[in-house]
Design a protein around this ligand. Structure first.
Ligand code: C2E
Ligand code: CA
Ligand code: CA
Length: 402
């Protein structure tokens, strides 16, 4: 959107002209002479929109717009609308395309012959029909997946596996990351790779996320009881929270209620968030994260190094730990640049009093390197794969020789 000054008497667009924007009057007044409807000629003042046919694909204007006085306009471009429509819920997208197409064909019918019919009019209807078809298919497919995911929540088809996170100082288990799996009735045990993106796209991630959170909370006490019997330190459980869950208006209340319902010691629950949560609306994110911290939860920044990775914003947020993404762990033994990045992240975290969790440790050398860099925690297949809950009980209280 941008502003445009127009002088009294200036023509903004003419009858039959192709357009690629619509206008909102900010100051002044505009005369629109409508050649199609019975409205004829009328004046629009501040806040009113005109020329909206200009943002319908390949469509021409059916009126003449002239400035009645010196005026200021806000120009809404077709590109901007298309951008927003493509990111919208498929239902809204379908509705908009359908509605625009309906408006256009009504207008064309109203015209009959002799109107300002542009040569692109016939091509246009095919475009719109294609778009509607694609939108409709996506909508129906999403609807089925959404139904299936909702049914899976109701039928308790999801399970949590827990991957140990050890202290790189003592080798004992410090906590577990809860990782969801779908025990699908026909397809067997599915990893999140097969469904998390769709759960996010259909917003089913909200009820699924609630289930994960409560289920993880329920394991904190039994895990800790067993660890204490074996003489091990306290155990935390780390839960992945999607950015979509953060967009739910009463997210803090939901966390509070779930913590109360499960009677969990909130200091033993960690919320793993990604940088996208921090970057979308910084001040909003900041206040929500502080409220979550006030409830006693710990905050972990996941996949660090893969996103915006702007190191200088970190101190603004109440982050307790950051997880160095496993792509760095994988690359750092052979690639000097990756090693330098890991060194810089570890150094920065130390200075900011943020603890470091190294992800994706598969080799002894990686573990030693992280220990030398004084990173506090390690996680990866070398230590253990994610385990079904029964197996967790077998390893609680044990210690890895590091
Ligand atoms: P993530 O949060 O980065 O989780 C770590 C992933 O790395 C897990 O994959 C884990 O099994 C895998 N991993 C652990 N150690 C190693 C290793 O040494 N080498 C390699 N190559 N991989 C390792 P998983 O369980 O398939 O989860 C994938 C992603 O799905 C997670 O990545 C997370 O973004 C998402 N996810 C999992 N559970 C949940 C959940 O409950 N809620 C949400 N919103 N997302 C989840
Ligand atoms: Ca994670
Ligand atoms: Ca991660």
């Amino acid at each position: 959107m941008y502003r445009k000054d127009v002088k009294k008497g200036e023509t903004i667009f003419s009858y039959g002209e192709m357009g690629d924007c619509a206008y909102i009057v900010e100051q002044g007044s505009i005369r629109v002479e409508d050649k199609v409807s019975s409205q004829g000629s009328y004046i629009l003042g501040p806040g009113k929109m005109f020329g909206e046919y200009g943002i319908v694909d390949d469509c021409c204007h059916y009126s003449i717009a002239t400035a009645e006085e010196d005026s200021l306009l806000l120009v809404v471009t077709q590109e901007e609308i298309n951008d927003k429509a493509s990111g919208a819920d498929p239902m809204i997208s379908l509705f908009t395309t359908f509605f625009m197409d309906r408006c256009r064909s009504l207008t064309e019918r109203h015209y009959g012959s002799g109107g300002p019919v542009s040569p692109v009019l016939s091509r246009r209807s095919n475009n719109a029909e294609g778009k509607i078809q694609a939108n409709r298919e996506e909508l129906v497919q999403n609807f089925h997946i959404k139904e299936e995911l909702e049914r899976a929540v109701k039928n308790q088809e999801f399970v949590l596996h827990f991957q140990p996170i050890i202290s790189l100082r003592g080798g004992f288990t410090s906590g577990f990351e809860a990782l969801i799996r779908w025990d699908h009735p026909d397809r067997g045990l599915l990893s999140p790779f097969h469904f998390i993106d769709m759960a996010e796209a259909t917003n089913t991630i909200v009820p699924i996320g609630d289930w994960v959170f409560e289920e993880a909370c329920r394991h904190v006490d039994p895990f800790n009881r067993l660890a204490a019997e074996g003489g091990s330190p306290e155990i935390f459980v780390s839960v992945n929270i999607s950015a979509k869950q953060f967009a739910v208006p009463d997210i803090v209340n939901r966390f509070r209620e779930m913590a109360q319902r499960t009677n969990v010691d909130t200091s033993k629950i960690q919320l793993e968030i990604t940088e996208s949560v921090l970057m979308e609306d910084t001040s909003h994110a900041k206040s929500i994260l502080h409220e979550i911290k006030d409830l006693g939860f710990q905050l972990v920044l996941d996949d660090f190094g893969t996103g915006y990775s702007s190191l200088n914003y970190l101190h603004q947020f109440p982050i307790d730990k950051l997880k160095i993404d496993r792509s760095f762990t994988h690359a750092m033994l052979n690639d000097e640049d990756s090693l330098e990045i890991v060194r810089a992240i570890a150094g920065l975290a130390h200075n900011l009093n943020i603890e470091v969790v190294a992800e994706g440790i598969e080799e002894r050398e990686q573990l030693s390197l992280y220990r030398d860099l004084d990173c506090q925690y390690g996680q990866g297949y070398l230590i253990s794969k994610p385990l079904p809950v029964d197996d967790v009980y077998k390893i609680l209280g044990t210690r890895m020789a590091i």
